[in-house]
Write a protein that binds this ligand. Structure first.
Ligand SMILES: Cc1cc2nc3c(=O)[nH]c(=O)nc-3n(C[C@H](O)[C@H](O)[C@H](O)COP(=O)(O)OP(=O)(O)OC[C@H]3O[C@@H](n4cnc5c(N)ncnc54)[C@H](O)[C@@H]3O)c2cc1C
Length: 411
């Protein structure tokens, strides 16, 4: 029995960075937009997951690469403060300056200011609303089933944007996806009574540690210091079991969170014994897992594709790991290979694997793909066609007018 039904032009599932940008872009094109978010705040991993470093919009050689809503959100993340961007990017764009165009921000400030941006352009935000199922008919998503305090409901839309961070629409619709491989990380916001100056002003800063990583042979590796501190006396097999996972399941996510919390407890217990100045202020409200699932799209962006150029490129992503490395994003990597003509993907579940997934899963690129999908949805509606049928050159023209760089040659 359904308790409620809603319909709109564009339904965005997930209120992380990608979902915020997608909803903003579609609503500013005059479309009726519903944004569904299972938690009670916006920002996803960037805020609720306490990953509050807005990685760069520039190429590391002084040239800006990402513009548009990604740039707007970077500045919005610090409007309620604190946080800063390097002076050359504030005042004198494209100056030759080693500091990259990025910033750190307070998660709570960003949650509040992003919500205002969306409300100001009329986005209908549904918090505490979980997508539970998807109904497809004739190669289209007909509606998504959701659950909240009212009970079960259905959301109908012309276009759906999967900005869930885990390709949840694709998986519930049984579309093929790739599983991400993950290693353990733990970030918390802490108070240090001995601190001179923290990232958010005196006393407050992050405890952030990458516990483990994968080596060249895909085996879990860990520094000796971390192993001694958190995994003393444990076998390599047991460490790998606790700190590495592939994809997600109810059990994997719960075990990841439990281990993450155990590490934090250990961190503060050690501090109690030796320094006694630290305590946790906030721990993450969602699992700090980097890669869950990516859809298998009409084009799969893969390692080495930074060498390529695509006729249907709709944006350029810079690589946070290496100055000068750039990735064109083909429109085909934002929709599924088959089976869902009115479904787009934004953020960390676009069609990418390997090195390409590492480059595209981060905050600025999530905002970029969010904006592209929001614009594409609005254009498809204006032309009374599906997003898959949308002519990529027409989309490119509109994105160009929005100041989005489409090809590496434009940087
Ligand atoms: C340990 C770690 C360190 C990182 N470091 C950085 C960094 O320094 N800088 C950087 O830029 N990036 C970093 N990242 C990556 C970055 O934080 C994320 O990839 C990015 O924020 C993803 O944004 P998104 O919008 O695609 O997805 P998400 O942030 O995952 O947003 C998805 C949203 O969808 C909602 N949702 C999910 N399922 C449902 C459902 N069924 N129903 C309704 N809502 C749903 C979620 O609650 C969430 O709000 C890091 C990630 C990790 C894990």
């Amino acid at each position: 029995m359904n308790s409620f039904e809603k319909s709109c032009t564009v339904a965005v599932v997930g209120g992380g960075i990608a979902g915020i940008a997608a909803a903003l872009a579609a609503a500013r094109c005059g479309k009726k937009v519903i944004l569904l978010e299972k938690s009670c705040v916006l920002g996803g991993l960037a805020t609720n997951g306490l990953i509050y470093i807005y990685l760069p919009l520039c190429d590391g050689n002084g040239r800006q690469v990402i513009y548009g809503i990604a740039e707007e959100l970077l500045h919005d993340s610090i409007t309620l403060g604190p946080g800063d961007v390097p002076p050359n990017w504030r005042n004198e764009k494209n100056a030759i300056e080693p500091k990259r165009y990025r910033c750190t921000f307070s998660p709570a400030s960003f949650m509040l200011s992003a919500e205002k941006l969306l409300l100001d352009c009329g986005v209908d935000i549904w918090y505490d609303t979980l997508l539970t199922d998807v109904c497809c008919k004739n190669d289209r998503v007909e509606f998504v089933e959701v659950c909240n305090e009212s009970g079960k409901g259905r959301i109908y839309a012309d276009t759906f944007i999967d900005a869930s961070g885990s390709a949840i629409i694709a998986r519930r619709a049984n579309l093929p996806c790739f599983e991400g491989k993950n290693s353990m990380a733990a970030w918390a916001l802490e108070y240090d009574s001995n601190a001179e100056q923290g990232a958010f002003g005196r006393y407050f800063d992050s405890f952030a540690v990458a516990m483990s990583a994968f080596d060249a042979e895909s085996k879990v590796s860990m520094t000796e210091t971390v192993r001694k501190k958190y995994y003393d006396g444990m076998s390599v097999e047991k460490i790998a079991e606790l700190t590495a996972s592939t994809g997600a399941s109810g059990r994997i996510v719960s075990d990841f969170i439990l281990e993450n919390h155990r590490i934090l407890r250990r961190h503060y217990e050690i501090d109690r014994t030796y320094r006694n100045s630290l305590f946790p202020v906030k721990i993450a409200n969602m699992p700090q897992i980097r890669k869950l699932y990516a859809v298998k799209g009409a084009y799969l962006l893969d390692s080495g594709d930074d060498e390529k150029s695509f006729d249907d490129s709709v944006g350029v992503a810079c690589d946070w790991r290496k100055p000068g490395k750039l990735w064109e994003i083909p429109y085909r990597s934002l929709y599924a290979a088959n089976g869902a003509e009115n479904l787009l993907f934004a953020g960390r579940s676009i069609s990418s694997v390997g090195d390409a997934w590492e480059a595209t899963r981060v905050i600025p690129v999530a905002a970029l793909t969010g904006e592209i999908t929001g614009v594409a949805s609005a254009m498809a509606h204006d032309r009374n066609i599906s997003v898959v049928e949308l002519n990529s050159s027409e989309l490119q023209n509109v994105l160009h007018k929005r100041n989005i760089r489409l090809f590496k040659s434009e940087i």
